[in-house]
Design a protein around this ligand. Structure first.
Ligand code: DQQ
Length: 579
């Protein structure tokens, strides 16, 4: 197994413990049987989100098979209809015209046949060239969580709501062969077409090696395993929810999954069960060899690029032909324990869908909340040219700070005061650097940023902030979303999520956008070059008692060049579609 730096192994251990207690993944495919039949009459509203997607009650996890069909966006998601912990998984279904307002439908896929009697786990949609959608999903066939891959098709293609799905009797489409670990074989991708064959990936592991198995089909019915996987990496453990897609080398437009050629790079993303983070590389897809080669210099595994440096998992992208975007969706788990989830009657949210495209440097992806979100913006407050000396914090008043969208650009006149970067930090996860150098510890260039979900006297707050360091050859910019002071509540997981962002500081500016929504702070640094999502549970800073501040605790004075904050309205959500 690949040697992990100490802090990463501690992180992995912690993540494992976290998963064991909390999550919808392999280790946690544990059933809390005594919590499965609770009727949730009193759903606790305090930390429910206002504009992030969640159903009225119960547990949710992975977004499944997002797609656009006949004018509607479809979101399916893993859902427990009986409780607020993982179990009894079905595919719940909601539709939207704008990715923001949602109507609900009856579950689309649920255990009903021998090939999925013990659960309908994650999967993807492929819209065929004739416009017909097909869903691939993982069926659980016994109590040991043995996994096979199935397909489902709409009962009525003229229904834009795609209310009813049929699981034909010639299922499954893929059985694990003798060389495959049948209880770690799941989450089929959207299919792509190349040289006379359709292809899909299925996530797996062989001992400790993370694997994306490749299957091919000429007719979309008979699927044959390729001789070798598309890609695999020793020591990375189970690869859940793989996602593989082309991105354009020029411009922000998304591409259909089958687009290949000169102007295209491929992205492979995997959800690493061992760390509960999502990693991706960009690289070359050799369609003759059916192999994927990550670009040189990109790290393939633990320490690689992450889609989000916080609570964001089991994500999936899809191509939206109506706007030519590739859209990314991820799930954010709760950060408290299952007993609390049971008490509050719900668990899990979907983060705001993000447009995703390749940075012009070709070295990373960029992400930005879909533009439709801006329709929810209500009352607006602006700050401009607000100077922040060391120790200052200034309130951004008269917005609903518990449910807001904030977009701010900070500037500074010099990089000279950046603190030295300790070379030992290279071995640490950024989260540990943030734990050592938090928002309160005075610095040079930073810490500066936002204090979100803050109580008036700062007993509670979630700071989202930059701290700039000077390493031997360049500056390193840390973005933290630090939950350690977020709540006076006990027994919460309060991580100091953080990542280093590769950004050009020539113009001496750093921008930050945070979507604040009662128990989630979803942040995008440096124009979408980094994203961090935190789940937090303030006890004082709730509803109208939540405040928002800009702050600086560095000796270099910071200017809030321009800040826009909006109260966010609540969209339509969970309104049943009229039949
Ligand atoms: N959740 C699903 C699995 C997937 C995991 C089960 C990821 O298909 O691997 O609910 O969160």
């Amino acid at each position: 197994m690949m040697a992990m730096p100490l802090t990463l192994s501690v992180l992995a251990l912690f993540a494992l413990l976290f998963v064991l207690s909390n999550n919808g993944a392999e280790a946690s495919h544990k059933i809390y049987s005594h919590y499965q039949t609770l009727s949730v009459e009193n759903v606790n509203q305090v930390h429910r989100t206002g504009y992030h997607f969640q159903p009225p009650r119960h547990w949710i996890n992975d977004p499944n098979a997002p797609m656009y069909y006949k004018g509607l966006y479809h979101l399916f998601y893993q859902y427990n209809p009986k409780g607020a912990v993982w179990g009894n998984i079905v595919w719940a279904h909601s539709v939207s015209k704008d990715l923001i307002n949602w109507e609900s439908l009856e579950p689309a896929i649920y255990p009903s046949k021998w090939f999925d009697n013990y659960g309908c786990w994650s999967g993807s949609a492929t819209v065929l060239p004739n416009g017909e959608p097909v869903i691939f999903y993982t069926g659980i066939v016994d109590k040991n969580n043995s996994q096979i891959q199935n397909y489902a098709i709409p009962a009525n293609l003229s229904d834009p709501y795609l209310r009813e799905w049929v699981k034909p009797d010639d299922n499954p489409i893929v059985n694990p062969d003798a060389n495959v670990n049948g209880s770690a074989f799941r989450d089929p991708t959207t299919a792509w077409w190349a040289d006379g064959h359709w292809r899909i990936l299925i996530g797996s592991r062989r001992k400790h090696r993370g694997v994306a198995y490749l299957y091919r089909s000429k007719d979309f019915k008979k699927w044959v395993k390729a001789k070798h996987p598309l890609h695999s990496v020793q020591g990375t453990g189970m690869w859940e929810c793989p996602d593989f897609y082309p991105v354009s080398l020029s411009g922000e437009n998304g591409l259909d999954p089958s687009v290949m050629g000169q102007n295209v790079k491929h992205v492979l993303k995997v959800s690493l069960d061992m760390t509960r983070y999502e990693y991706y590389t960009m690289g070359t897809y050799d369609k003759k060899e059916d192999k994927y080669f990550p670009d040189e210099g990109l790290v393939d595994g633990w320490a690689g690029l992450r889609l989000d440096y916080g609570n964001f998992y089991a994500s999936k992208t899809f191509f939206d032909p109506s706007t030519n975007r590739r859209i990314l969706w991820g799930w954010a788990n709760e950060s408290d324990d299952p007993h609390k989830d049971k008490d509050k009657g719900w668990a899990g949210i979907q983060l705001i869908p993000r447009k995703v495209w390749l940075d012009p440097s070709g070295k990373q992806l960029l992400q930005w909340p879909v533009a439709e979100l801006e329709k929810l913006r209500g009352h607006n407050v602006q700050l401009s040219n607000q100077m922040l000396d060391q120790g200052n914090h200034v309130e951004v008043k008269v917005i609903t700070a518990a449910q807001a969208d904030v977009d701010v650009t900070f500037s500074f006149s010099s990089l000279d005061k950046a603190e030295p970067f300790d070379p030992n930090w290279d071995k640490l996860d950024a989260l540990d650097v943030c734990a050592q150098k938090g928002s309160k510890d005075p610095g040079g260039l930073g810490p500066f940023g936002l204090l979100t979900l803050a109580s008036e006297n700062l007993e509670e707050f979630t700071p989202v902030f930059f701290r700039v360091f000077k390493a031997a050859d360049k500056h390193k910019v840390l973005l933290c979303s630090d939950a350690r002071s977020s709540s006076l509540g006990k027994e919460l997981y309060k991580p100091s999520f953080a990542g280093f962002v590769d950004v050009d500081l020539t113009d001496k500016k750093l921008s930050l956008r945070s979507l604040i929504d009662h128990s989630v702070v979803e942040s995008f640094g440096a124009g979408g070059r980094i994203a961090i999502s935190s789940r937090v549970y303030p006890t004082i800073a709730v509803f109208e008692k939540a405040h928002l501040y800009v702050f600086n605790n560095g000796s270099e004075a910071i200017t809030v060049e321009n800040l826009n904050a909006w109260s966010m309205n609540t969209p339509v959500m969970n309104v049943p579609v009229k039949s």
